[in-house]
Ligand binder design. Structure first.
Ligand SMILES: *[C@@H]1O[C@H](CO)[C@@H](O)[C@H](O)[C@H]1NC(C)=O
Length: 470
């Protein structure tokens, strides 16, 4: 019989999902001991940092950790001890996209999940509820179950749940405090349903019951991929309309506004931009493509692949527009890139459109200055180096990371806004204009700037999805 009242939770993996999620569980459930374990000593040290310089940045996260670390929230590298003591185990390890072998570039690498699962089987001496929290393709829970059952010690029972995380970076803590929904998938056997109820009871400490959805194991797993792919598809759809707007003189913000007024469509997530980034949309869309392919559903695979292709097209189109507008050459010109994170209110740069754009500019031999309020210089340099492009000169020479937007824009030929940080809207644009080469161009990759004010100052403003001529 699985333990129905959860008293001790361990979370394997102290990354973007496991860290914030389990910290919030600890804060909201003072009667449950929560231990987050990770093999990475420096990551655990950062979570335990006396000055709360945590390894990830999320608004509100520091306060959550301050509220319960040392009380009922612990961070440790003692993975085995954590597993052995726990009633419920969150498996929240990395599932990066495979770089080689079958499904390279599309399929998730399940190596870390398998290693964690085998470890659980090996060190467990009592029954556990094992919760798959990493986002994984359908039927991974099934593989986990097979591994656990084949290796279980006598008297140990493992019940597997799928509990995908839907939090958005930048609002992770907010999302965790008041999620739209919590999804728990289980086998429909009595034991499966009992395990499901045990986890639901944990969440019920702060989440209204009607928001805790319980479904079958496979539906739960597929829902996570589907939710991400459909959000990505929404952005790609509006971005593909932006290209038509630019060619015809329509305005994509107006089109999106009109379309979003239809209550069946809704107004959210209809903002045209330079393209989506982040660790989820592209990755899970491609996971879905792979899943469809492996099920011999070629047309389905092609449909979802087009969502990702459209995003690449949008990024390229924007970069090309910068070059075309600057009289077809940016060689030796100075381009100021404002924002490097993949979206505002996060320091996360994974798959950020800024990386593609800057590499495009470098390959055209421009000089690039970058300012982002949250991203460290070392991260920017690492992302640009990792990209694998071969700029004409060393990155350190071609790219300068600046401490302010004003600094980055000094003497620039063009400004490219890549991240929708609020502070960019109300910069001292007059002073910036004074320091720039003329004509001074601004490319607003997020359509956040006040176009008319900028035009009045003398800027040439290029936005996404407007047919305006300069
Ligand atoms: C360990 O964690 C640190 C801090 O989060 C990170 O910078 C580093 O890349 C991690 N090392 C490995 C091998 O994952």
């Amino acid at each position: 019989m699985a333990p129905i009242e959860v008293k001790k939770i361990v979370c394997i993996g102290a990354g973007y999902v496991g860290g914030p999620t389990c910290a919030v569980v600890a804060l909201k459930c003072p009667h449950i001991q929560v231990t987050i374990v990770d093999v990475n000593q420096s990551r655990i040290d950062a979570w335990n940092d006396p000055d709360f310089n945590l390894p990830i940045y999320e608004p509100g996260l520091v306060d959550v950790v301050k509220g319960c670390r040392g009380r009922n929230l612990f961070f440790s590298t003692e993975v085995d001890k954590g597993i052995a003591e726990a009633d419920l185990i969150f498996v929240s390890v990395n599932t990066p996209t495979k770089k080689s072998g079958l499904g390279a570039g599309f399929a998730a690498d399940l190596n870390y999940i398998e290693l964690a699962t085998r470890r659980i089987a090996e060190v467990s001496t009592s029954s556990k509820i094992v919760v798959e929290k990493s986002t994984v393709p359908c039927r991974t829970a099934e593989s986990m179950r097979t591994i656990l059952e084949a290796n279980a010690k006598p008297g140990c029972r493992f019940d597997i749940l799928s509990n995908p995380e839907f939090l958005a970076e930048g609002t992770a803590i907010e999302d965790l405090f008041a999620p739209d929904r919590v999804l728990i998938g289980s086998l429909q056997s009595q034991e499966g349903l009992d395990a499901c109820a045990a986890l639901a009871n944990v969440y019920a400490n702060w989440i209204p019951k009607e928001r805790i959805l319980t479904v079958g194991l496979w539906s739960s797993e597929l829902s996570k991929l589907a939710a991400n792919a459909m959000l990505a598809q929404r952005i790609s759809s509006v971005n593909m309309l932006s290209a038509i707007c630019e060619a015809t003189g329509a305005n994509v913000d107006e089109v999106a506004y009109a379309v979003g007024k239809d209550s069946r469509v809704g107004p959210k997530f209809l903002k045209a931009s330079v393209g989506f980034g982040g660790s989820c949309f592209q990755k899970y869309s491609l996971n879905l493509v792979y899943l469809a392919r492996s099920l011999n559903l070629e047309e389905v695979a092609r449909y979802w692949y087009a969502v990702v292709e459209a995003n690449d097209y949008q990024k390229n189109r924007f970069a090309k527009k910068v070059v075309d507008t600057l009289f077809n050459t940016i060689t030796g010109k100075k381009i100021a890139v404002l924002g490097f994170a993949f979206k505002a209110d996060t320091g996360d740069t994974r798959e950020s459109p800024a990386i593609d754009l800057i590499n495009h500019f470098l390959s055209e031999r421009a000089r690039v200055t970058v300012y982002d309020p949250e991203v460290q210089e070392s991260q920017i340099m690492l992302d640009l180096t990792d990209y694998g492009a071969k700029p004409a000169e060393p990155i350190q020479k071609a790219v300068t990371v600046c401490p302010s937007a004003l600094e980055a824009c000094k003497g620039a030929d063009a400004i490219v806004v890549v991240t929708e940080w609020k502070e960019f809207v109300n910069l001292d644009w007059q002073s910036i204009h004074d320091t720039m080469n003329k004509p001074a161009f601004i490319f607003d990759g997020r359509n956040i700037l006040k176009r008319q004010e900028l035009k009045n100052i003398g800027f040439k403003v290029v936005s996404i999805g407007t047919g305006d001529r300069l």
